[in-house]
Design a protein around this ligand. Structure first.
Ligand code: ADP
Length: 420
């Protein structure tokens, strides 16, 4: 049937969040690590993860347009531009310019801007974005190092970033239902307004807004507003509601955990796993000047692999990390560990590992890059925000990529326990 919904996310974790939302709402979804070079997989939604949140605006626009071109080629019927629920941007962009460029490329002249994510306490009222009980510009976001948000009024913020006009569809319209919301959109469109900031106070509002966007080529917002979109495809008979969206291929093979996160949660998870499984620690000081550390780790792992999961980690407590950073510099210490993890991951896969958990955001990026993985089919959630995924490509793997702080203390063993 072809891909229905094509999404462009301005950062990796935002893409993961959106992909998870779509799977929960019944769409089989793949997250692509970058703009793909091959053809589209057989799924309902594709989320292309860019790193365009804080890049120069020209680059963000160019990359987003390239992603759009690929998604159009894949046959997508609707497009979604996903940004942060705190509308992370500056007066120069990148949300407004990217949104306008996507609209123009699609030959359309109207879309919404709705970063609301009520489950995470991001709500919009009269166009003002709240984080919990306070306005965006009192939430701490006013001090963000790259995208300080000093104005909570999204109509004004977006006006400063765009050439076309920006209007508001407030909660009074949204609460009257999808039809009233569509009428409000149509009035704004006719008056030449290009973006409608839309109020949303709870998930029911997002469902209404989603329904009202059924005929829009482009929708822009946080992952919250995506909860209303799958139902449109179902209503049109394009989305099979019987088939669970989170089923992954049954991939068998050895299992391993690679941990580079030094967060408290990961260190606790390591301690628990080490009690029952073989574990090996290496540190950045050994790596400096010794090219064989990864090979030795692989030699160590080999005899254990047929007996159950192994754990290899560099994670250390703050004191140890500080020592390594003082000796090597934080950047080199991090890079040495990340490069070693990528090499170890390649060796493990060559040795038959097909089920791999990686702990740490940067560490995950290094491992995914090292393995040449281009896309991830999103499966069932292990703990909030961390799903099992299946990698696309010649050697499919089951992968769980965990941001450092995520997951319960028994995350590693629990995750493997969930697999058949
Ligand atoms: P998190 O998701 O917890 O932020 P990341 O993987 O993103 O985890 O970041 C952890 C960083 O710390 C990585 O760059 C990793 O290479 C680095 N690192 C891991 N172990 C050590 C260590 N023992 N000393 C110094 N840096 C380390």
């Amino acid at each position: 049937m072809g891909v229905l919904l094509g999404c462009i996310a301005d950062d990796f974790t935002g893409a993961t969040d959106l992909a998870g939302t779509l799977v929960r709402e019944g769409m089989r979804t793949v997250q692509m690590i970058d703009i793909p070079s091959d053809s589209a997989p057989d799924v309902d939604a594709v989320v292309i993860a860019l790193k365009s949140r804080t890049t120069p605006v020209g680059d963000a626009v160019a990359e987003s347009l390239a992603a759009l071109a690929w998604l159009r080629e894949a046959g997508c019927r609707q497009f979604f531009f996903k940004y942060c629920s705190t509308f992370d941007s500056t007066d120069d962009g990148n949300i407004g310019p990217v949104g306008e460029a996507l609209l123009e490329a699609l030959g359309d002249d109207f879309t919404i801007a709705c970063p609301a994510f009520p489950r995470n306490a991001r709500t919009i009222c009269k166009g003002y974005l709240f984080v919990g009980d306070v306005l965006l510009n009192e939430s701490g976001m006013q001090d963000h190092p790259l995208t300080p948000m000093t104005d909570a009024n999204l109509v004004r913020v977006l006006e400063r970033q765009t050439k076309g006009g920006v209007g508001l569809v407030d909660y009074a319209a949204v609460r009257r239902g999808a039809l009233a919301t569509m009428e409000a959109f149509s009035e704004l469109r006719q008056s030449g307004t290009r973006f409608a900031v839309v109020d949303a106070l709870d998930d029911a509002d997002l469902v209404t807004i989603g329904e009202a966007c059924a005929d829009m080529d482009l929708v822009t917002g946080g992952s919250g507003v995506a909860i209303g979109l799958p139902e449109n495809f179902r209503r049109q008979g394009l989305l099979d509601s019987a088939e669970p969206a989170d089923i992954l291929p049954d991939i068998r093979g050895h299992a391993a955990v690679l941990a580079g996160s030094c967060s408290r949660a990961t260190r606790e998870q390591i301690a628990i796993m080490s009690r029952a499984h073989p574990a090996l620690k290496f540190d950045p000081m050994e790596l400096n000047g010794d090219p064989d550390v990864a090979a030795r780790a692989l030699d160590w792992a080999r005899p254990h692999l047929s007996k159950g999961p192994v754990l290899i980690y560099a994670s250390a407590d703050p004191e140890e990390v500080q020592k390594a950073q003082e000796a090597l510099g934080a950047e080199l210490a991090g890079k040495l560990v990340e490069d070693a993890m990528a090499e170890i991951a390649r060796g493990l896969v060559a040795g038959g590992v097909r089920r791999l958990i990686v702990a740490g955001g940067e560490t995950s990026g290094a491992v995914v890059g090292g393995l040449g993985i281009t896309g991830l089919r999103i499966g069932p959630e292990i703990d909030p925000g961390v799903p099992w995924t299946a990698s696309l490509g010649e050697t499919p793997l089951l992968l769980a990529l965990k941001s450092g702080n995520f997951g319960a203390p028994d995350f590693f063993t629990k995750a493997f326990g969930q697999l058949p």
